[in-house]
Design a binder for this molecule. Structure first.
Ligand code: UD1
Ligand code: MG
Length: 490
């Protein structure tokens, strides 16, 4: 496992965590999501829900992450592996049937039984957790020498969460699920975020005692807490400062709430690092998006899937930029861009579409209603209006006139158009690929180019213009002579 390499890459890598492994529960049926897509894979700011929890564990310094899968196991496994940063290997164990959270943890026992230190157990549906919170929890258990430390939180509206029950002295005596709670217990607002640090050997012993004596007939992990207390072992609690961190996603309403909170957090980080976000309410950024200092994000702009933006850029209003790399001083107005590279000082839009595998050299200008796909444009090349440039290579400083189209598809295959540097393609030209236009060549406006054009040549490929002097006046006279109605509108 190359986990150490990943640790070094994150800002908290210097802080060491007492030896810890993590078990993530992601085998449930996600009934309340009412979705064909399993809950762990629902996208949230560019990552599947459970991948956020996986990352929080790695960033906290956990040594192994074991994910318990069951419902749609293969799909969940593939989705999480794909979303996990390079250098972190995930392990998966299978829970045969969804018999409850306690049973789910038991599925990891054979893998982790010999681990003598802390086992962190987390629900896979709490994606807002922060690594420092996990570290605090693990440290609290180790320092207090207790079999379990658990996070707790106070909620204004605790509906749906397990409640933490304490005795008169304030010691935890157990957790009661909402379905099993008395009306009085339901009024309690101290809730269980479902994040625990256990002493490994004592966890497995406790799980063996679980019985499904509850409203759902499930093996509840929460019952382990009560069992420890009955055995006379104290339970340590660590209050979460920001209860939003433990928001559990059970419905799509909570998914949207989590997205709003995470988005606010990501935007706040950008703003504090020197980026102007004109309207945070209408701006979306995914995790792993980076934006350089003094860039300005205008309203209704989305920066998605690992997009990297340089300094002093202006993005939006109304831009959607996905999987792209932008240099410095790039301006993108009201346009869609995907999986492309824009070097310094490029200007795009409004109303342009840059489709995948395009590369725009420094100072390129792409104007309104221009579509690019798999197109390489050299520095300062321009296509300012109404063009389609697909599977094309366009040299430095070349000007593409309004309405130019590369005909890259013959109904069966795609073909390339190559245009050298400093060429001039007149407006409304049709370039039938495969075709090459040499350096400095001129294409007359309205040409249909079907053969290569050498460097510095002029190509005219349109019918000759015929001018018949006086023809229009004659025509009108002839028609008037026959008594036909004259159209006087101009
Ligand atoms: C659980 C806790 C509750 C807590 C809440 C916090 C229990 C019994 N209840 O309730 O006290 O307040 O989380 O969000 O633990 N899972 C499995 N296998 C199963 C069942 C569940 O892997 O057999 C997984 C789910 O995929 C999910 C996690 O465990 O990721 C929690 O399950 P969920 O059904 O969401 O539990 P809650 O009702 O939210
Ligand atoms: Mg839940």
């Amino acid at each position: 496992m190359t986990h150490a390499a990943y640790q070094g890459a994150h800002p908290t890598g210097e802080q060491t965590l007492p030896p810890t492994v993590a078990v993530l529960l992601a085998a449930g049926k996600s009934t309340r999501m009412r979705s064909r897509l399993p809950k762990p894979l629902h996208p949230l700011c560019g990552l599947p829900v459970t991948a956020h929890v996986v990352r929080a564990c790695w960033e906290a310094g956990v040594e192994r992450v074991v994910v318990v899968v069951g419902h749609e196991a293969e799909r969940v496994r593939a989705g999480l592996v794909e979303a996990t940063p390079e250098g972190c290997s995930l392990e998966f164990v299978h829970q045969e049937r969804p018999l409850g959270t306690g049973d789910a943890v038991r599925a990891a026992q054979s893998l982790l039984e010999s681990w003598p230190h802390t086992v962190l157990v987390l629900a896979g549906d709490t994606p807002l957790l922060r690594p420092p919170t996990l570290r605090r929890l693990v440290e609290a258990r180790v320092q207090a020498h207790v079999p379990v430390a658990m996070l707790t939180m106070e909620l204004q509206n605790p509906t749906g969460y397990g409640r933490i029950i304490r005795d008169e002295k304030g010691h935890v005596i157990g957790i009661v699920e909402e379905r099993d709670a008395t009306p009085e217990q339901r009024r309690c607002r101290e809730c269980n975020p479902s994040i625990y640090a256990f002493d490994g050997p004592r966890l497995w012993k406790a799980l063996a005692q679980l019985r499904p004596n509850n409203a759902q007939g499930e093996y509840y992990l929460t019952d382990v807490i009560g069992w420890f207390v009955q055995q006379g072992a104290p339970v340590e609690t660590v209050a979460i400062e920001d209860p939003n961190e433990a928001l559990g996603i059970n419905t799509r309403v909570e998914l949207a709430q989590a997205a709003a909170l995470l988005r606010a957090r990501l935007l706040e980080n950008l703003m504090l690092s020197g980026v102007t976000v004109v309207d945070p309410m209408s701006t979306w950024v995914d995790v792993d998006v980076t934006v350089g200092q003094d860039s300005v994000i205008q309203p209704n702009t989305l920066l998605l899937r690992g997009t990297q933006v340089g300094e002093e850029c202006v993005l939006g209003p109304f831009a959607r930029i996905e999987g792209c790399r932008l240099g410095n001083r790039v301006q993108v107005y009201a346009s869609w861009l995907a999986d492309s590279v824009l070097e310094d000082d490029v200007r795009v839009g409004p109303y342009a579409q840059i489709r995948p595998n395009s590369h725009l050299g420094a100072g390129v200008r792409i104007g309104n209603f221009v579509e690019l796909k798999n197109a390489m444009l050299g520095p300062r090349a321009q296509a300012s209006h109404l063009s389609y440039l697909g599977d094309a290579e366009i040299g430095e400083g070349t000007n593409i006139g309004a309405g130019t189209i590369t005909c890259n598809y013959d109904g069966f295959q795609k073909h390339r158009t190559q245009i050298g540097p400093r060429a001039f393609v007149g407006s409304h030209s049709t370039l039938v690929a495969p075709v090459e236009i040499g350096e400095g060549a001129f294409i007359a406006a309205g040409s249909v180019i079907t053969a290569n054009v050498p460097a510095d040549a002029l190509a005219i490929a349109r019918s000759h213009q015929i001018v018949k002097e006086g023809w229009a006046a004659d025509y009108r006279r002839r028609k008037a002579g026959k008594g036909e109605q004259k159209n006087t509108s101009k």
